[in-house]
Design a protein around this ligand. Structure first.
Ligand code: S3P
Length: 470
């Protein structure tokens, strides 16, 4: 599927983005382990999160859409609701997806008859592996071609230390398909060698099945949605922070009950429209109900440092997760219209885990900034859905940007008049959407090939983009 984008004179409106992907996955997983009913409002019905639903269904957990209790989600998707104000000043794409999970408690999962398939979802395979490690049965789990190339030793090592038997293909590094023979687990204390919420979550979720206290130590804090949601459900988890480390402790074998959860909009999805509002002239966009968990808001800090006009308001805490409205306005007062008032900056260190999924769209913003932007310490990008250092660099180069690839980042020259080109997504949703946004600031037409992958995290992206630009 191709997406064709051309340059725009302005973008104006109010919008909602679909539910947070990380929180939606966790709501399904933790809701399945809770005793009784969990209702998830604002669930993200994207391919990745539906893979988590499908896997838990195969592990014996009934999961339904509230508006059609007879329909299992494996066969039907939530509707994305869209209303549009006639005067075109307002564009609302809201996600009204509601899920009901009949959780069966910590010992409620049953063996799957088939191999579990996570599709493209790294979060599903890594988080579920933590749960499967604690089950009294064996499970096989795999995913698409991209998943089968992503490193699994990072979860296999701690899960083996806890007592699970995990096998996969490969030697020193391990790849899916994984075979996980679960059982009684021992608690461990584990310092994360890489800042990864997926690894941290796999250990904490396995810790739910361990006899005693499991401890995870982080030097650089990764997103903390698992910790927050476990606390919200009443699991026995404590997180302490000192200057050097964040320490999460969870006590296993303690049941908790189902809850109602409201999932905020995904800041990683909003990021595309934040940058669109900055690089298309005369724009003003208000994005409502976006998650602003501090472990995720690096994009706001980076764009502020680049000189962006972003205003966060109406902050509210619900279900342990903060959310807010974000207004973005094209910087007007700057004399250099070519660079939209943005300036190039250096990005490295602590902030990297807080922007890890936003680096492709930050690279797009950097093409429109005055001066070079240097991103370092982001080697993890090489092992995402695609090698994002390579893929975003090669495609933005086709649009006229000068980018130097580094082993752990890139140097983007900036002040570039982008020109439309035929570009590829490499099957990576965030690359596809970043390139579509770049097309809004490029001369001529930009054709994003293989753009169907946007469904992985942002169903309705194309419709939202169209509603804002026509
Ligand atoms: C995620 C963690 C991050 C992120 C991914 C979602 C999560 O991955 O890139 O999109 O929901 O836990 P890593 O744990 O590999 O950093």
């Amino acid at each position: 599927m191709q997406l064709t984008v051309s340059s725009k004179k302005n973008l104006k409106g109010t919008l909602h983005v679909p539910g947070d992907k990380s929180i939606s996955h966790r709501a399904i997983i933790i809701g399945s382990l809770a005793a009784g009913e969990t209702i998830v409002n604002g669930f993200l019905p994207s391919a990745d999160c539906l893979a988590t639903v499908d896997c838990l269904g195969k592990l014996g957990i009934p999961i339904q859409m509230s508006n059609d209790p007879s329909t299992s989600l494996g066969t039907s998707k939530c509707q994305m609701l869209r209303t549009e104000n006639k005067d075109k000043a307002q564009h609302e794409v809201s996600n009204e997806c509601k899920i009901i999970i009949k959780g069966k408690g910590l010992s409620g999962l049953t063996a799957s008859k088939e191999m579990l398939d996570v599709g493209n979802s790294g979060t599903t395979i890594r988080l579920l592996s933590g749960i499967l490690a604690g089950q009294p049965f064996t499970t096989k789990i795999t995913g698409d071609k991209s998943i089968q190339k992503r490193p699994m030793m990072r979860i296999v090592k701690p899960l083996r230390e806890m007592g699970a038997e995990v096998r996969g293909s490969g030697g020193e590094e391990i790849y899916a398909p994984l075979t996980i023979k679960g059982g009684k687990l021992n608690p461990i204390e584990y310092e994360l060698p890489v800042a990864s919420a997926q690894v941290k979550s796999a250990i904490l979720l396995a810790g739910l099945f361990a006899g005693g206290e499991t401890i995870v130590v982080e030097k650089k804090q990764a997103r903390d949605h698992t910790e927050r949601m476990l606390a919200y459900f009443g699991a026995d988890i404590k997180v302490t922070t000192n200057q050097l480390t964040v320490i999460s402790k969870i006590i296993g074998n303690r049941e908790f009950e189902g809850k109602e959860i409201d999932v905020p909009g995904d800041l990683s999805s909003a990021a595309f429209f934040l940058v669109a509002g900055l690089i298309v002239p005369n724009s003003e966009l208000l994005i409502r109900n976006v998650g602003v968990n501090p472990t995720r808001t690096g994009i706001i800090d980076v764009l502020h440092r680049m000189g962006a006009q972003l205003e966060v308001s109406d902050e509210q805490m619900l279900c342990e997760e903060p959310r807010a409205s974000i207004r973005v306005t094209t910087t007007q007062q700057h004399s250099n219209v070519e660079t939209r008032g943005l300036r190039g900056i250096k990005i490295s260190g602590e902030i990297i885990p807080r922007i890890i999924d936003e680096i492709p769209i930050i690279a797009v913003a950097a093409t429109q900034a005055q001066g070079t932007t240097e991103i370092r310490g982001a080697r993890e990008l090489r092992i995402k859905e695609s090698d994002r250092i390579k893929t975003i660099s090669s495609e933005l180069r086709k649009m006229g940007e000068e980018i130097k690839e580094l082993e752990d980042g890139m140097i983007i020259s900036g002040s570039t008049k982008l020109k439309g080109a035929k570009v590829k997504s490499y099957g990576d949703h965030r690359i596809a959407m970043a390139l579509a946004i770049a097309g809004l600031a490029a001369s001529g037409e930009t054709v994003v090939e293989d753009s169907g992958c946007m469904e992985t995290s942002f169903p309705g992206f194309r419709a939202l983009l169209t509603s804002l630009t026509t």
